[in-house]
Design a protein around this ligand. Structure first.
Ligand code: FAD
Length: 296
């Protein structure tokens, strides 16, 4: 790792340890800006060199290729981890963990977030993928999201401008904070609801995963299709389809490329059997664009 002269900027930083898959290569440049001023400086550094820009939350929905990624990867630091409340409105920094956010809402007797208890990662990652569980989604609670564009402009986007859909949004640039509108409730009710959500998640496999690999196609479950195609237990190198939940791939090696190749094989098998092309839910970083291609 080589230090450069812009704040926390480092060269050639392994990303595997920063993701829940715990595999994959390095970022050409990596930095953890502690505040808005350092973020602005880093965006200038990237823009001046035309470096591709990526933001990493807790890496619980990202698979980084073994070859790594070119350009600058940012992971927001302490200055983006604040939560403030004004009545039912909660402003939270993008680096706040979902766990911390749910606890804040529960303690303050505010409703809406408890069904999302147990979803790993940061608020920023949750907003970008409109994370959700059991029919509840973070996007439904959003009043506005503040982003910084790669050019350094600060924009406050209304919920409608965020383009929330099923596990998607149109957010781009660096999400720095969001204003959430929660419901009046009480701490006891919210704590019980959060506990139930966490208990329900016990059915998910443990280990090195990034959660559901594919999105549910309209009207059906990706896990059911993968299961019916006989993919539970299928493997490529050290990557294995969980025997417990066919939409989870567990990584047992150092190779992210094994995971991607297994994803491609699963996608192909489901297409050949059911004619359904599954869309990935996890984000693939640094892979060739056709890595999951299925010849139709
Ligand atoms: C065991 C397990 C269970 C899971 N269960 C669920 C579930 O029930 N529901 C669900 O929706 N997801 C689930 N996930 C997936 C994952 O937890 C969510 O997608 C989560 O919201 C990702 O947050 P993150 O901080 O880890 O984002 P990352 O994985 O780091 O990033 C995800 C995407 O968001 C972008 N991003 C992150 N932060 C920012 C930011 N500040 N600005 C701009 N872009 C940003 C990244 O560039 C990337 O494109 C699960 C994952 C695991 C490992």
């Amino acid at each position: 790792m080589t230090a450069t002269d812009v704040g926390s900027l480092r060269k050639r930083v392994p990303l595997g340890p920063l993701t829940s898959y715990r595999c994959g290569g390095e970022a050409e440049y990596f930095a953890r800006p502690e505040d808005a001023a350092e973020l602005a400086e880093l965006l200038r550094f990237a823009a001046e060199r035309s470096l591709p820009l990526r933001v990493l939350g807790r890496g619980t929905n990202v698979l980084v290729s073994d070859a790594g990624v070119e350009g600058l990867v940012l992971s927001l630091g302490e200055g983006f981890r604040r939560i403030e409340r004004d009545g039912r409105l909660v402003r939270a920094g993008a680096a706040v963990s979902m766990g911390m956010l749910v606890r804040f809402a529960v303690t303050n007797g505010l409703g809406g977030l408890a069904p999302l208890a147990g979803i790993p990662g940061t608020l920023g990652g949750a907003l970008v993928g409109n994370a959700g569980s059991g029919g509840a989604e973070i996007g439904a609670l959003v009043e506005s999201v503040t982003v910084v564009t790669p050019e350094g402009a600060v924009r406050e986007l209304s919920a409608a401008e965020c383009g929330f859909g099923y596990r998607r949004s149109s957010l781009s640039g660096v999400v720095v904070s969001a204003l959430l509108r929660l419901r009046p409730s009480d701490a006891e009710t919210e704590a019980a609801s959060a506990r139930a959500a966490v208990l329900d998640r016990r059915r998910f496999p443990r280990g090195r995963t990034a959660g559901s690999v594919f999105k549910n196609p309209p009207g059906c479950s990706a896990a059911a299709l993968l299961d019916a195609a006989g993919l539970k237990g299928a493997s490529v190198g050290g990557a294995v389809v969980s025997g417990r939940h066919a939409n989870f791939i567990i990584c047992r090696s150092e190779s992210a490329d094994d995971v991607a190749r297994l994803m491609a094989a699963c996608r192909r098998a489901v297409f050949e059997r059911f004619g359904v092309l599954l869309e990935p839910e996890i984000r693939l970083w640094g892979f060739p664009p056709d890595i999951l291609e299925v010849k139709t």
